[in-house]
Design a protein around this ligand. Sequence first.
Ligand code: TYD
Ligand code: MG
Length: 475
Amino acid sequence: MSRRNLTFVCQNCGAVYGRWQGKCDACGEWNTMSEEGGETGVGARPVGPGRPPRKGRSFPLEPLAGTTHEAPRLPTGIAEFDRVTGGGFVRGSVLLLGGDPGIGKSTLLIQAVAALARLGHRAVFISGEEAVAQVRLRAERLGLGGAKVELAAETSVEDIVATLSEGATPRLVIIDSIQTMWTDAVEAAPGTVTQVRGSAQALIRFAKRCGAAVILVGHVTKDGQIAGPRVVEHMVDAVLSFEGEGSHQFRILRAVKNRFGPTDEIGVFEMTGLGLREVTNPSELFLSERDLGSPGTAVFAGIEGTRPLLVEIQALVAPTSLGTPRRAVVGWDTSRLSMVLAVLQAHCGINLGGHDVYLNVAGGLRIVEPAADLAAAAALVSSLAQAPLPADAVYFGEVSLSGAVRPVAQAAARLKEAQKLGFARAVMPDAARAEAGETALALTSVAMLADLVAGIAATGKKAGGRQHRDDREDG
Ligand code: TYD
Ligand code: MG
């Protein structure tokens, strides 16, 4: 009579099927189906015919205009971390920290947990990956040996919850990592989507019940997804991602989702021999290795969240030997590059169909702002014309498909940061001029991308230069 409840779960996206199939209809991946029994989560198991539906319990409904206390925050004192969480951890909230292996997730969290312990809060670090001795050794090397952090190497969620429920409620619990955890409530091998989801569910329930903030560490696969638990991203209150280039010391903490704070702030760290160091003035860092006077580089005056950030954009345009020229981008959007190239061709008479194009944002930063269009275009044209851009100029502005340079938000903040770092001029949208306010910078405003291109090309030829001079007089 009792049929075993077998379901097949896609290990990529977590979609549930009643029978095996080669391709997941939900995410389109092949060979990701795995057989799993028992609890498979919401919607996995229809209510059997023998089981009467449970009678619901009534609960009080509340008016929207009630009194709600501001979510109590628990700041770590690590300013770059607190900025990204929105001012500290919220009680009873669960946060997922994703990142490539070896990027420094464990290092960041042991520093955060030690900082809280130093402030007198009960803070617990549960490692499912490293032995207690390893964690302790690292903490000692980072000079955190004196902090009263409670440490354990455990992987059973039931044991962890039972242990943490004893005594005073911990304020912060680190689970490193969610992929190593397993719960008895599900019959599936550790590391499968079902186990990861089941463990996360149990830990979330624990956090909500006792009010502790819980941080789950999640590994990221090659293509940048948090491995397995895509589903976990929807269950937690905030998802942070820790990014960086292997060859650079800079690490960037970014909120991908945040129920209690902003998602556009970034925290910048530097990995040193003594752990992660906060970088309070990232512009200085991103501009520290500038290659002055060579063609193909432009400084972009950007905004990340509430903070202005200057960063160098490097371009290389070279004749191609391939049938289809290469377009390689690091730190920027490939489709955005295609758009800028198309505008350059359609409105400025610059055809790069026979050239390979490489674009790189220095320092391992990833830019998402459209305001970077103008700086990218300047770098591209500068490389093509072999004309170095002035070393003391910053660029910002969005380029529209019509070839016009459109205004962007917070022009004044961008100019202020540029001035602070010793820049003398700014090339910006004509329409943003009114917004710029008082500034000591010489402003060159461009209305059409073609104006900028003509100016750069003119300096390249070192002749004529009429258009460019006109522009400067304008500013
Ligand atoms: P780790 O925090 O273990 O990474 P994750 O938990 O994300 O896998 O960081 C490991 C890397 O960080 C390793 O390559 C060594 C480097 N590191 C330093 O450069 N300095 C340090 O003080 C520490 C602790 C690690
Ligand atoms: Mg680790």
